[in-house]
Structure formats: C-alpha cells, structure tokens
Write a protein that binds this ligand. Structure first.
Ligand SMILES: Cc1cc2nc3c(=O)[nH]c(=O)nc-3n(C[C@H](O)[C@H](O)[C@H](O)COP(=O)(O)O)c2cc1C
Length: 164
C-alpha cells in the first residue's frame, strides 16, 4: 500500500476484535513513529505500549469511559518532555504510526479525551514527562469511514489569505 492509499483508507476505528497484534507488526508501526521528524531532532517522546487486557480495561475510565479502549490490541500512550515543539513532534510521530498501522490492516483512533494525571500515575510515568496523547491500535470489528472533510478549495489560499 502506498502512502496515498494509506491516507485515504485511514479513518478513526472505534470498534476492535480484541485480536492480539503480532510483535513484528507492533515493532513496524513503532519504528514508523520513531522515524518521524522532530524539532532539532530532539525526539522528545516515549511511547508506552499497553497490550495487557486487564490493564486496558482499567484504562477505560481514565479514557472518559471510551469502552473500545478495552478491545484494542494496544493503547499507545505518548508521553513528552517539556520542549517547545513536543506536542507537535508527538502528533507527527503518532500520525506516522497511524498510517503505518493502516498499511498493515490495523485500525487506529486518537484518544485525546483522557485524564493525563491518572494515566501517568497508573503507568508509572515520571514527573519530568507529560502524558500528551494516546492512540488505540487494533483489528477493526466495524466497517467505518471518515466523516466528510472540507473541500481542498475551502482550506487552501493561493499565494496569500483571501476570503472566499
Ligand atoms: C487530537 C485528537 C484527539 C482525538 N480524541 C478522540 C477521542 O478521545 N475519542 C475519539 O473517539 N476520537 C478522538 N479523535 C478522533 C477524531 O474524532 C477524528 O479524527 C475526527 O472525527 C475525524 O475522523 P477520521 O479520523 O475518521 O478522519 C481525536 C482526534 C484528534 C486529532
């Protein structure tokens, strides 16, 4: 699958079969995250990969009761150092992960609705890191597609800003 196909196929998946993700596939998507660009190449992130089912279950209330977290093959929890562009850097890395996962037939969903302090406490995150963003990864149990996106012409201004 080329990158354009992965971009087109990717959509938020909120239903998973609970099937185990093979270690090689997890390694591949984590390498894709690792290869992402970051400001000054600081790579100010770590990824905590939770696959243990009872732990995933315990994370559901921390993720604002988003029940599909329990059925995912993994919850990737992105934690960042206190650097100017950390949040942007992590977002790029997780987007790489998401596209790589799509290419392997896996679904993903960004999880921004969660309690960072409780997540950090539960996963033993040290104080010098912030729990910034999470992403479920797993085999989809539902057939979904992305909601409608704005047209490119609505989003793009040629040469300078111009009201439509
Ligand atoms: C920063 C961020 C946080 C998000 N948090 C959640 C979340 O907590 N739960 C959820 O179901 N979807 C979450 N989403 C997914 C968005 O709802 C989804 O990307 C959007 O509706 C567009 O759909 P698509 O991903 O299928 O293109 C989040 C997306 C982003 C980028």
């Amino acid at each position: 699958m080329d990158v354009f196909e992965a971009i087109e196929k990717r959509h938020s998946v909120r239903g998973y079969t609970g099937r185990h993700i093979p270690g090689e596939d997890l390694d591949m998507i984590l390498r894709a995250a690792r290869d992402a660009p970051s400001a000054k190449n600081l790579q100010p992130w770590k990824f905590i990969v939770v696959t243990d089912r009872p732990t995933l279950r315990e994370l559901v209330p921390i993720c604002h009761n988003q029940g599909f977290v329990e059925d995912a093959g993994a919850l990737v929890v992105g934690i960042t150092e206190d650097e100017k562009w950390s949040v942007v850097d992590l977002a790029i890395a997780l987007d790489h992960l998401s596209l790589a996962a799509t290419a392997l037939g896996l679904g993903t969903c960004w999880i921004g609705a969660f309690h960072p302090d409780e997540m950090g406490e539960k996963l033993g995150v040290p104080d010098d890191y912030t729990v910034t963003m999470c992403m479920t990864v797993g085999y989809p149990s539902t057939k979904g597609k992305s909601p409608t996106k704005k047209s490119v012409s609505e989003l793009v201004c040629k040469e300078r800003y111009r009201e439509r």
